[in-house]
Each structure stands twice: as C-alpha cells, then as structure tokens.
Write a protein that binds this ligand. Sequence first.
Ligand code: PEP
Length: 247
Amino acid sequence: MVAGNWKLNGSREGACSLAREVAASVVTGVDVVVCPVSVHLPEVAEVLKGTDVKLGAQNACAHEGGAYTGEVSSTMLAEFGCDYVIIGHSERRTLFGDTNESCAARHQAVMAAGLTSIFCVGETLEDREAGNTAAVVDAQLQAVFDLGGKQALDGAVVAYEPVWAIGTGVTASPEQAQEVHAHIRGFVAKQDQAAAAKLRILYGGSANPGNAAELFSKPDIDGGLIGGAALKSADFLAVCQAAAVQA
Ligand code: PEP
C-alpha cells in the first residue's frame, strides 16, 4: 500500500490534476491512496470515481457531531467517498496539540464509521538518541488499546514515521525502519496475533523513488506514507511501482 499525504498544499484545480495523473496509471497489486486537503475531497472524489485509486482524509474528529468548531467527522468523510483517514500524524501531534489519548479517540471514531485509520507513530530525534524509540511508539499504540481494547488495530494501518525523517530529506535506513516495524508488529501481536499478522505497516519519512525499493524490500515494511514525493505524480507513481515489485 502507498498513501500520498498532500498536507496543506495545492489548489482546487491542482488537486484534481494531480489525482487525475495518479489515477491514469494502473499500479497492479498495490493499494494506492491519495489524501488531499479536506475541502478538496469532494472534487477529488469525483476525479477518482471508477478508478482504482482510493481517497483518504488527513484527520477526523473523535465525535460524530456537535460543538466542535473546525472539525470534520468520519461519517462526513465517508459521505464524500473517503476510505482512509490519517490519524496522529506528527504534525497534528506537535503543532496542533493532539495527544496519545486524543489520537486514540480519533482512531476509534474512524474505525467505528467503517473507514480505515492510517495511525501514525514515531519518535523524535531526541527520543531516538535517548534510546526511547520503542517506548514512545509503544505508548502511542497502547493508548489505542487502552481505549478500544485488544482488537483496536484490527483492520487498521499503522504508519511508522520517525519525526526526524519527515520532510527533512533524511530517511531512516531500511534496517532502522525494519527494526521498528518488526517491533510494532510484535507489540500489536501481544494484544491480537491475527491482527498483527495482517497489519499493514507503512514507512513514512522522506521516502522517494530513490530509496523506496530498498525500504519496501524489508519483510515488515508493507508500503509507504509519502509526503513531499506525493506532490509530483511521476515521483509518487515511481514509489507505487517500487511497492508493486514487492507485492
Ligand atoms: C509525511 O508527512 O507523512 C511524510 C512522510 O512526509 P515526507 O515524505 O515529506 O517526509
């Protein structure tokens, strides 16, 4: 699976063109997802209709409705054709005050609405240098289990995104990423073995056409969550092709 996180980029027309370019290339054996800005979702959904490319949102409210200014609910996202929602991206956590608990609540709402959460975890450089990578990732995942029970990640996607690699041009080495991905699968297996076995764990953090194939060759790396390289269709499609080779 390869998902493109378009973040706060693009115009209405630019988002539709990018979606059109991605959808024009068939990538066999890979689930391809694009996640535009929420106001672009309806028009991008129209562009993707009848194609194999799926639509995702970048966040969702933990609540169905009510006095939550500025939020969008999972049911509303589903109504506009979303299948996936990115939850707990490090930019949400560091810039907008999301906590392990609020991310868990958002995740639960996404799954309850029948959508698939792409639940992001990852450590800062400071955490890694202090030897705390596993503890940080475990706490992020544990909050999901604490709220939703042992099966809370069943059918979800987890994205391992080391904060120090996001948008920096510094990529985790395939070995560093594999180590954490294997740890994540093991941590989930302690709660739910079946869910862990089928869990798709994506790597995110400066992945691009030059490094994707090596990353995706690792046994616990099941694809990528792509930021910068998702904004150019040729680069994004090259990353998707790198995943297709492993599929
Ligand atoms: C991201 O923000 O999810 C991401 C992976 O960004 P980039 O690929 O630009 O590092």
